[in-house]
Write a protein that binds this ligand. Structure first.
Ligand code: NAD
Ligand code: LMR
Length: 331
């Protein structure tokens, strides 16, 4: 074990996603089987939450993970984000049945101002941030604005769960294995307006639109299933997705830490540079390639079909509306 340990902060560490995520980080699934980690576990200053967090830490101890070098359990943000190389911002309220994710904006948005500032002031110089707490695009925007000294490129939010959902739906419809579906692409907001781009996604190297010649399904049930999957899980389980969200976050970070294979991309919410007629400055999902050294780029030159472009405009409009609602948190 020769690598220098990294330090990873996880907020909401005693929650549902945290519970499914922490063993995956500590076992090396996120940062690699030879990367030692310290975990900074952050919860709210509440007796029940801190007690649950202690239980989670005891279970991590009991796994005797060789890569886990130590843990900090805290409700103090300055302590929690001290020297961290990655900040995984999960802690926040999940939506319930009948709610949209952006109904949470007024409750969850303010969490990300204090966290953004604490990351700015206390994290390691190379810190990178992944936001999961909903509405995750706009919460990432708030954290990014609150971390005045950090490059905006350090902030990402999660559409990997949507990418994985779309990949799975396309594989099932085509009767092909998951691995046959590549470059599954989600544009825009992690919300009911997100855009699963079946045209730029491939099945066995061909556009999914050519392989699945059922346009009504691609533009109808496929879109709806992916856009509404979170709500469907809440309706079925009585609680929002948890291990699939944790799994998506493992995929998201692992694929940002490593170089993206030639010819491929991943769906990641990053700050827009105006590409593909999106609004500069918003956190929106794009096809992203990582250089494996902390940098990434938005893949340019993809053909965007008129149907998809129209949907991108609608999801960007929703992101603009969310930004307007939290304008007071962006100063
Ligand atoms: P949960 O209620 O099980 O756990 C949330 C935890 O966060 C709780 O332990 C709570 O005490 C803690 N918390 C709340 N405010 C906090 C704060 N300010 N600082 C630190 N911790 C705080 O919820 P969950 O199922 O783990 O979901 C967490 C969030 O992730 C929700 O907002 C949910 O909607 C979102 N989510 C996003 C995606 C995605 O793909 N982006 C997927 C699933 C869930
Ligand atoms: C999901 O997509 O499963 C999460 O964002 C949870 C939710 O509220 O839908």
């Amino acid at each position: 074990m020769t690598k220098t340990p990294i330090r990873v902060a996880v907020t909401g560490a005693a929650g549902q996603i945290g519970y499914a995520l922490l063993p995956r980080i500590a076992s090396g699934a996120m940062f690699g089987p030879d990367q030692p980690v310290y975990l900074n576990l952050i919860e709210i200053p509440d007796e029940k939450a801190m007690s649950a967090l202690k239980g989670v830490a005891m279970e991590l101890d009991d796994c005797a993970f060789p890569l886990l070098q130590g843990m900090v359990l805290t409700s103090d943000l300055n302590t929690g984000f001290k020297d961290v190389n990655w900040a995984l911002l999960i802690g926040s309220r999940p939506r319930g049945p009948g709610m949209e994710r952006n109904d949470l904006i007024k409750i969850n948005g303010p969490i990300f101002t204090g966290q953004g500032r604490a990351i700015n002031d206390h994290a390691a110089k190379d810190v990178r941030v992944a936001v999961v707490g909903n509405p995750c695009n706009t919460n990432a925007l708030i954290a990014m604005h609150s971390a005045k000294d950090l490059p905006k490129q350090r902030f990402t939010a999660l559409t990997r769960l949507d990418q994985n959902r779309a990949q799975s739906q396309l594989a099932q419809k085509a009767g092909r294995p998951i691995t046959a579906v590549q470059n599954t692409l989600i544009w825009g907001n992690h919300s009911a307006t997100q855009v699963p781009d079946y045209f730029n996604t491939t099945i066995d190297g061909k556009s999914a639109a050519d392989v699945i010649q059922d346009k009504a399904w691609l533009q109808g049930d496929f879109f709806k299933t992916v856009q509404q999957r979170g709500a469907a899980i809440i309706a079925a389980r009585g609680a929002s997705s948890a291990f699939s969200a944790a799994n998506a976050l493992v995929d998201h970070v692992r694929d940002l830490v490593n170089p993206t294979p030639k010819g491929e991309w991943r769906s990641v919410c990053v700050v827009s540079d105006g590409s593909y007629k999106t609004t500069e400055g918003l956190i929106s999902s794009f096809p992203i390639r990582s250089d494996g050294k902390g940098g990434w780029e938005i893949v340019q030159g993809l053909t965007v079909q008129p149907f998809i472009q129209e949907k991108i405009s609608a999801t960007v409009k929703e992101l603009e509306q969310e930004r307007a609602v939290v304008a007071d948190l962006l100063r």
